[in-house]
Design a protein. Structure first.
Length: 376
């Protein structure tokens, strides 16, 4: 790779980067000038924008994707002693949200081609203690559990989707979050397809869930911020978190969502560039995100001698990553370990390539050239 001249500022030097369109600063400045930084009108405008974009009845904006998962599990009635089926191949935040509810993870296998849960993976992991299934929409790909939905409902098992990677993706003809069969959680963190700087949201299945989620995100208080400002008291109706989305973060999201169609096209094109450039590299196994229906968040491959390849690429300024080390092997979750042969093999091979909107097709081809050389 002696012909490469990477620089720290090169687009391929980072695995993911935020992408700003220019209107974010103006939106932030308006909020700062207002003197009202917490939950407020801008947050609610962002919620309405998300509702319209997704084609759903309601969206509850919160402080992070992790907070969305925590609140969604609580809304689904998950608590101490309950068991939640979750793939081990996910970011640790997914599992920490389960633990924050007092529940315990029941780790499950994934499809080696997509890194997503399949119905058979869920059924294999079920126990009499299972109260929820938490599929992770890896890379932006939708997960379809419709084949076992009736059985899950008969067992009173909720579905809570971790769609941190999948804002804007489709399942069938509707956007993820609009299927009506799950509590769906999104992340709007710094390197997600839609960023608020930091933030998240959940899509409830009915008005009761929406109201409960709104109470939890504001410390269990029944009244809104506007109602409390006009009263001498308020009512705390249950356990809650300080997990609202600030107007500063919501302003960033509002500026972002107007540009989503262009973002979607750019990310699909970048992913297809990677696919074409790696087509003849037999050592590389691409993780399929179903790009026709998905808005890709990352480009993941499986390679032999991953640690050696990772080190070689990082040494030459290529910002590869590892998404993710399997959670059932983590010290914090070791007590819930169970053998997951496919996941453990994936964990030794997974490599994520630089993937964000500041990259061009030429950048992607440079990365794949470097990958070919590292594999040799």
């Amino acid at each position: 790779m002696s012909d490469l001249n990477p620089m720290a500022t090169a687009p391929y030097a980072q695995n993911g980067r935020p992408f700003l369109y220019g209107g974010e600063l103006e939106g932030i400045a308006q909020v700062l000038a207002s003197g009202q930084y917490g939950h407020g009108d801008v947050t609610e405008r962002f919620e309405r924008a998300l509702t319209g974009f997704l084609g759903v009845e309601d969206v509850v904006a919160v402080a992070s994707g992790t907070a969305a998962l925590h609140i969604a599990l609580a809304v689904a009635g998950i608590g101490r002693g309950d068991e939640v089926i979750v793939p081990s191949m996910t970011f640790c935040a997914t599992v920490q949200a389960i633990r924050a509810c007092g529940a315990r993870p029941r780790f499950a296998e994934v499809d080696p081609d997509t890194l997503c849960l399949r119905p058979q993976d869920v059924m294999e992991a079920l126990t009499p203690h299972t109260r929820a299934v938490l599929p992770v929409l890896y890379g932006g790909r939708a997960v379809d559990l419709s084949d076992i939905r009736n059985e899950l409902e008969q067992r009173k098992i909720a579905i809570v989707e971790d769609a941190a990677h999948a804002f804007g993706s489709h399942r069938g003809t509707v956007r993820v979050g609009a299927t009506g069969d799950a509590l769906t959680c999104f992340s709007f963190g710094p390197v997600k397809t839609l960023t608020c700087g930091q933030g998240g949201a959940l899509v409830p299945r009915n008005p009761e869930q929406a109201a409960q989620a709104r109470r939890i995100r504001l410390l269990g208080m029944a009244e809104s911020s506007a109602e409390r400002a006009c009263s001498t008291t308020y009512h705390v109706e249950g356990v809650g978190l300080r997990a609202h989305l600030s107007q500063i973060n919501a302003a960033i999201g509002l500026a972002q969502i107007a540009h989503f169609p262009a973002l979607e096209a750019q990310r699909k094109e970048l992913w297809r560039t990677y696919v074409a450039a790696l087509d003849d590299v037999r050592e590389v196994r691409l993780v399929d995100v179903d790009v026709h229906r998905s808005v890709p968040t990352l480009c993941a491959v499986r390679v032999p001698e991953r640690d050696r390849v990772f080190a070689a690429l990082r040494a030459h300024g290529i910002g590869v990553g590892t998404h993710y080390p399997p959670n059932h092997l983590q010290p914090a979750f070791h007590r819930w370990w169970r053998p997951l042969i496919a996941t453990e093999q994936i964990g030794k091979e997974i490599l994520t390539l630089p993937f964000h909107q500041k990259m061009t097709s030429q950048d992607a081809r440079l990365v794949t050239t470097a990958l070919r050389e590292a594999l040799r």
